[in-house]
Design a protein around this ligand. Structure first.
Ligand code: CA2
Length: 148
């Protein structure tokens, strides 16, 4: 069975506890649980990790190249700063989908730019926790269409 790597970046471990007006009440554990449930329905598995460290996110991407079929990621604020994560996505031969809880285009101007979106097959932004499930469906659809 194919496995999708799910990566959550900095501060997303705090979901559901602060800034609920922006990021919602759903915790990261609940998002991961619903992704596992959806993955089972879609006939895949998800391997979910959160890190506050850019290097760990890079290491996870590098390791996934031999073991995973694709990547679903929300790199949080690193989206707007990390050339290294964009380079890593381009360096691994896996399709990836970027997701954001908030609509990054309806907030501060700096959030509208992503160093990683151009390395993704697509971006889902602004649907709260649903961005993740929409992103997983889109990634699986892409994999099935392209056969890999
Ligand atoms: O909307 C998103 O998913 C973001 O990736 C979230 C990032 C933000 O820097 C991006 O511009 C958009 C921030 C994640 C912070 O998460 C928190 C969760 C709870 C409390 C405080 C922060």
């Amino acid at each position: 069975m194919e496995t999708i790597l799910v990566l959550h970046g900095p501060n997303l471990n705090l979901l559901g506890t602060r800034q609920v007006d922006v990021y919602g009440l759903t915790t990261l554990a609940a998002i991961d649980d619903s992704l596992r449930e959806l993955a089972a329905e879609l006939g895949v598995e998800v391997d979910c990790h959160q890190s506050n460290h850019e290097g760990e996110l890079l290491d996870r991407l590098h390791a996934a190249r031999a073991t995973h079929a694709g990547v679903l990621f929300n790199f949080g604020a690193y989206t707007h700063t990390s050339i290294a994560l964009g380079d890593a996505l381009r360096a691994i031969p896996l399709p990836a989908v970027e997701v954001h809880l908030s609509n990054v285009h309806a907030r501060e101007a700096f959030r509208a730019h992503s160093h990683t979106a151009s390395a993704a097959v697509g971006v889902v932004t602004g649907f709260g926790a649903d961005s993740y499930s929409l992103g997983l469906r889109a990634l699986i659809g892409y994999l099935r269409r392209t056969d890999g």
